[in-house]
Design a protein. Sequence first.
Length: 587
Amino acid sequence: MVAEFESTDSMRSGKPLRHVQTAVFPAPMKLHLGGLLPSVEVAYETYGTLDAEGSNAVLICHAITGDSHLARHDAEDDPGWWEGLVGPGKAVDTDRLFVVCSNVLGGCRGTTGPGTINPVTGNPFGSDFPLVTVEDMVDVQKRLIDLLGIKRLRAVIGGSLGGHQTLCWATRYPEYVQTAIPIAASARVTAQAIAFDVVGRNAIQSDPHFHGGQYYDTGDFPRTGLALARMLGHITYLSSEAMTRKFDLDRHAPRDIVTDFEKRFSVGSYLAYQGKQFVGRFDANSYVAVTLAMDNFDLGDSRERRLAAFRAAQCDWLVISFSSDWLFPPSQSRELVAIMTTLGQPVSYCEIETDGGHDSFLLADDIEAFSPLVAAKLGAPQPRPPRISFEDDRILELIPPNSSVLDLGCGEGDLLGRLKERGAPLLCGVEVSTELIAATMQQGVEAIDYDLNVGLPEFDDNRFDYVVLSSTLQAVPNVERLLEEALRVGRRAIVGFTNFAHRTLREMFGLEGRAPKAPGSYSYEWYNTPNRRFPSIQDMLDLCEKMGVTVEKARYYDDTEGRIIGDDEDANLLAETALLVVSKNSG
């Protein structure tokens, strides 16, 4: 196959799966919306070995058109759909974890679905297959987990529809889930996303070969309708940037493929090819059943109802989104994070910068980007010891034992790692870099990807004893707002900064006529610095007075001589750096 036709579907086929296993549950199953299945079969694959306690299992949930085949089992096996994430030594390390993936209820790769023989009639269910939900999918997985002897899941992980299953596991069977990792998911599907699925289902059901869903014994198959549904789906899985990159330069040079669909443009021949490939491996009735399950998924149409739904969860979380995903945009993931933080549930979050769109969770480069986050959350061995720095030493001296701390601009999490070693009860870091978030998580501390320019709306009032802003205020556009927010979510704030009125910096500007630079956060050139502000100690004290903020403690440091500036000295002239412990003015 030519490279320009490659997609996340490229490695999938309808070939028999070499390592698939089947579990049979002969008892009738009542469905969430009132239907009944006489019995259920589940196709699944496992990787690794379950430990004696039955506690090292990871359940991975696939998206709409996925299946149980996650990754190769051996060199002769075909690649799986999450090959880059699952395997020996990878983020989901099958050398130490027992990984399970099953085909969803309603699917067409071995688990009971519309193409399954109905034991009552002796014919395929077809359109008689009852309406199933994500809850039903999870209930079937729960039966499988019990059968395999798994006492508690180390983690549940999934993207898109798999992310919805992950959310459902955490809220429906909370005592069974230690860690939940929903990727590119949401508490409910938007009306726009449902609209695309409605058009896709209409394309299938209006195909003359659909026969009302009873096409299995007719010799016909709704190929055109299913291909159109998949073509439409592919549009929603990509971003505008990805479409431009793939098809804009040669938009009038369509690929030469045999198809009845329009191929005047390169993107048209690509979509036609994807539709044709999909028809060869997927069942039309299953596509209808599974998309309906996703569209009916709903953990609440208001914040209050979502809080009620998530209140049952007992796990820690890692939420991942993708910047160019417009089907399940990052704003929906941030809503999940806000609910989790409000409920006091440990959560880390990262938005991966990519132009890959919704399909990013299946793309090799993006898997490489978020793999360290998953590895850190699953407790990859040998985390990096916290680095010792004099700045962190000074901040630690100002934080009493057993204090809860939010570190805004936490870097690699060294300060938080040391606080964790001291037994701090609640710790969280805020960063914007995927690498720094992963490094903080490796310290065993939650970290959230967050833009401090918009405040701290995810956090409730007085959530933390201390909020640390070390070399942070000078980089944000609205200093007053962030300081106010820090003192809203924290009882106290520790503000650290370089004193721009220090005598060496004065001399640099006054005698040399050059923009001053200082080691650390002010070491940039004037033309590439991220800093917006260059405060002095007196500037910060004036701001505190203006805002009605109490300075409880002040520490001024001569870093060159390694000493604290005395009360009888001019700190604004002599101190290179400063730390202020501030609180809201009780008056």
